[in-house]
Design a protein around this ligand. Structure first.
Ligand code: B12
Ligand code: SF4
Length: 502
């Protein structure tokens, strides 16, 4: 039995224009490989003609089971369209989809896309292994495998129950980098360095912010790989794949203090001369103040913190369990210890006013080196989603727009989503065109200088030229909507074409 895992054609990290292999896919592949399955991987985001190449591969190789990974809500139609394409040309295949969005919206996804046979709800390694073993044995009944969702022969939705989380992440093999196209020219974090990559060393978070899909997916739990395993992976990435700069995707890198201590010790010992952008919380930065110099010496150049907003009432409303004062102190501390501050911030709150936005820019503009500005988005599966849905405040149900960059909810004062989008762009403009930001183009800090040169000269300038002179906006050259692919081929559009949610 041959299994193919597909990262379907989808948009990449548009904000930084970065292509990176999905750490979740590489982890799944490594696990299946260790279990002895005959596996293959196709990361369609690296193909110049992704739909055509996917179609040709399926026609040519006809794998028995195809797994489709769908990390983000914004990719869900791409994932469903990939399933429809595969089922049309290879009707005998079995298609299983996994990832956050389909886990949360399993019934909706299965009903919207009949091509998907099964959804893996939650963590994939063990569930997928048991599912593939059952397929190998030609079993038809999957009801005893926890973590699966499907429609039975009567069309009733079946969920086989929660799959317990893997207790010890150190039991997982090293991600299957050897199956990824690590040398593909697209794969990097262009804003930081030519040899950048996204890696993941822990899963989940023990807080419960209302908008956070990760905390919901991992049910407020956090597990981590030991610092030794983390350092082993980094060393491999250095020696074999020449990677030296990392965005560590862990939502909260140092939930426990010993994770930070261990990381510093390992990296100082191994002297790999690698650089890290970690994510943490303001209260943890304050807790571990005495470790900050150690983090810097171990190669950390930046902490990204979800500081969200400059008002305690909004922080309370989103259940951040943080105060503005803690945020301010954490930013000051990072600066004091010569670490860069990246803040992820959320605007577009229901009660927000123009005055709030001015104060927001004044507060964060003073400290932040890198601005991660987002529009608050009710991601399916989060408490915010259910609340906003119930209150009737979601006015755009097109999941393609659920990427934090498009408004899908109005505010009390601003009814039209287009207007909210303009407010977002205006804040970006006001932030980036301040003399203080432009001076960063000449900063003595090479990473800050590189990022700003990249971001301002390529991204912000491109947007400005587009807005003033109508010059074309950057588009991801290898992304195509599925329906455009079908039109190009002269095919009829199937009735179930997934381009819009209900
Ligand atoms: C790597 C990553 C990316 C990569 C994706 C690369 C790729 N080729 O897909 C890049 C950098 C491109 C990216 C981009 C974006 N991302 Co991102 N990203 C992540 C990150 C940091 C790590 C994901 C990961 O590897 N997790 C670890 C693995 C183990 O978990 P996993 O992927 O969920 O996989 C497990 C299960 O889901 C399941 N599974 C997954 N696939 C499959 C398939 C099968 C067949 C089966 C059986 C099981 C299965 O098994 C896996 C192993 O247990 C997460 C944050 C995080 N810490 O998770 C955000 C995250 C996924 N990203 C997110 C978002 C919003 C985005 C952006 C929209 C942000 C933006 N505005 O730019 C963009 C999207 C692109 C765009 N339109 O601009 C959100 C998604 C929330 C949501 N529900 O939609 C997350 C959760 C971050 C957050 N908390 O906000 N991202
Ligand atoms: S602290 Fe960050 S990762 Fe944790 S629940 Fe809140 S938003 Fe999610």
């Amino acid at each position: 039995m041959r299994f193919l895992l597909v990262d379907p054609p989808h948009k990449i990290w548009t904000i930084l224009r970065a292509w990176v292999p999905s750490p979740g896919c590489l982890q799944l592949l490594a696990y299946l490989e260790k279990e002895g399955f005959d596996i293959d991987y196709m990361d369609c985001t690296l193909n110049e003609n992704p739909w055509r190449d996917l179609e040709e591969k399926i026609r040519r190789e006809k794998p028995d089971v195809i797994g489709i990974s769908c990390l983000c809500t914004t990719f869900i139609y791409d994932g469903m369209n990939a399933a429809s394409l595969i089922k049309t040309i290879h009707p005998n295949s079995i298609i299983i989809m996994g990832g956050e969005h389909p886990s949360f919206m399993a019934e909706e996804t299965l009903r919207d896309c009949p091509a998907i046979d099964t959804i893996c709800v939650g963590e994939g390694e063990v569930t997928l292994t048991e599912f593939l073993r059952a397929v190998e044995r030609k079993e038809q009944d999957f009801s005893k495998i926890p973590g699966l969702a499907y429609l039975d022969e009567k069309g009733e939705f079946v969920y086989t129950g929660d799959r317990p989380f893997i207790e010890d992440l150190d039991t997982l093999p090293m991600p299957a980098y050897h199956l990824a196209k690590m040398e593909h020219p697209y794969v990097n974090l262009p804003s930081e360095s030519k040899r950048g990559l996204v890696v993941n060393f822990s899963r989940g978070c023990t807080w419960d912010c209302t908008f956070c899909s990760e905390s919901a997916f991992y049910k407020k739990t956090w597990r981590r790989r030991s610092p030794k395993r983390v350092a082993d992976e980094l060393e491999l990435l250095k020696e074999k794949y020449h990677r030296d700069t990392f965005y560590v995707g862990d939502n909260t890198f140092n939930v426990t203090r010993d994770q930070g201590v261990g990381f510093i010790e390992e990296m100082l010992k191994r002297k790999t001369n690698q650089h890290f952008w970690l994510q943490s919380r303001a209260d943890l930065i304050l807790r571990d103040e005495d470790l900050l110099d150690g983090f810097r010496e171990a190669g950390v150049y930046q902490f990204m913190m979800g500081l969200e907003y400059h008002s305690d009432s909004v922080l309370k409303d989103v259940r951040k369990h943080l105060s503005v004062e803690q945020a301010r102190k954490a930013m000051e501390l990072l600066k004091k210890h010569r670490l860069m501050v990246m803040a992820t911030l959320l605007i577009g709150h229901w009660e927000e006013t123009e005055e709030d936005r001015k104060a927001f820019l004044r507060f964060f503009g003073k400290y932040v080196d890198h601005l991660g500005l987002n529009l608050i988005t009710p991601l399916p599966g989060t408490p915010l989603f259910y609340k906003m849905k119930e209150e009737g405040k979601i006015s755009d149900w097109d999941y393609r727009n659920y990427d934090y960059l498009h408004a899908v909810m109005p505010t009390r004062e601003v009814d039209h989503l287009e207007q909210v989008n303009l407010i977002y762009k205006d804040i970006m403009r006001r932030y980036y065109w301040r003399p203080r930001e432009l001076l960063k183009l000449l900063s003595l800090n090479p990473i800050l200088r590189h990022h700003h040169r990249y971001y301002i000269t390529r991204v912000a300038f491109n947007i400005m030229m587009h807005e003033i002179f109508g010059t074309p906006m950057w588009v991801q050259s290898n992304y195509q909507e599925y329906k455009d692919y079908l039109v190009e081929k002269g095919d009829a559009l199937p009735a179930e074409l997934m381009s819009m949610a209900r």
